[in-house]
Design a protein around this ligand. Structure first.
Ligand SMILES: O=C(O)CCC(=O)C(=O)O
Length: 265
């Protein structure tokens, strides 16, 4: 399976509509080169552009969804369309979409762990509650978003739901780039799964983005890693490698469930 991660530079001088059009073109240009294309978190306005969240919020089937469905269909690819600010029932969510090669919505995921502690996304958005996996041809993919990468139990839950690969769109800051690469590899090693982590480049809302999108195989080897700037990162995944890694080094079978529950005396 050929994957392309489109590490968009989010530049506040580029209007959201123009970025949508540009990203649609980049997706279409992957036609024939990729089976799966991945975009980053909140690329329409940037993950730290809190002041535009409300103004740019859209429902499902809004402009970002429609533009990306058309791009997936034209390119004939599976598209993890990164995330957008979803408005639903008076709440905002950080929602990512997976679109099939005919442009149909295969899955949507609302980010469970909201970033910002007592500000930003953590107070402006509601949390998702559901783990999401999608069956692609030959590969079951679990989805997480950015800050989720710090919470291994989410990814273990996705493995229990059948995930063999994780797709993680992000808007990770450059200041914590070392954590990003380390956590991506850790999630791959401990779950014996592919990790496709797609970040943004550029600087928006005063936050320099890490870039350095990364594809890690189930043994923890980095298959491809981007630089700091806008870039398309390509890698070839072999679904059989998940099976062989899990068979040859069957650590997942040695889990002792319940061991982490504190005992009270
Ligand atoms: O955990 C981090 O360091 C970055 C998380 C983040 O930027 C996000 O979830 O939007």
């Amino acid at each position: 399976m050929r994957a392309s991660l489109i590490q968009i530079a989010v530049d506040p001088d580029e209007p959201v509509d123009a970025r949508r059009t540009r990203v649609g073109r980049l997706v279409r240009e992957e036609s024939g080169r990729a089976d799966l294309v991945v975009l980053p978190e909140l690329w329409p306005m940037g993950a730290f552009a809190y002041e535009s969240f409300a103004a740019e919020a859209e429902p499902l089937n809004g402009p970002t969804h429609r533009a990306m469905a058309a791009a997936a269909r034209d390119a004939g690819v599976w598209l993890h369309a990164g995330s957008f600010v979803e408005a639903e029932g008076g709440a905002l969510y950080n929602t990512s979409l997976v679109l099939s090669p005919d442009g149909e919505l295969a899955a949507s995921y609302r980010k469970i762990h909201r970033f910002g502690f007592d500000k930003g996304e953590a107070v402006m958005m509601a949390a998702g509650e559901d783990l999401v996996t999608v069956d692609l041809p030959h590969l079951t993919v679990g989805v997480g978003t950015c800050y989720d990468l710090r919470f291994p139990e989410l990814f273990r839950g996705l493995v229990d739901a059948g995930a063999q690969a994780f797709v993680v769109p992000a808007g990770w800051p450059a200041r914590r780039r070392a954590h990003w690469s380390l956590l991506a590899r850790a999630r791959a090693v401990e779950n014996q799964a592919y990790v496709l982590a797609c970040g943004t480049a550029g600087t928006h809302a005063g936050v320099e983005q890490a870039g350095h999108s990364i594809v890690v195989d189930p043994w923890g080897e980095t298959l491809a890693e981007a630089g700091p700037d806008e870039e398309i990162l390509r890698a070839v995944l072999d679904p059989a490698k998940v099976t062989t890694t899990r068979e040859q080094f069957p650590a997942l079978k040695d889990r002792v469930l319940g061991v982490a529950t504190p005992k009270r005396g």
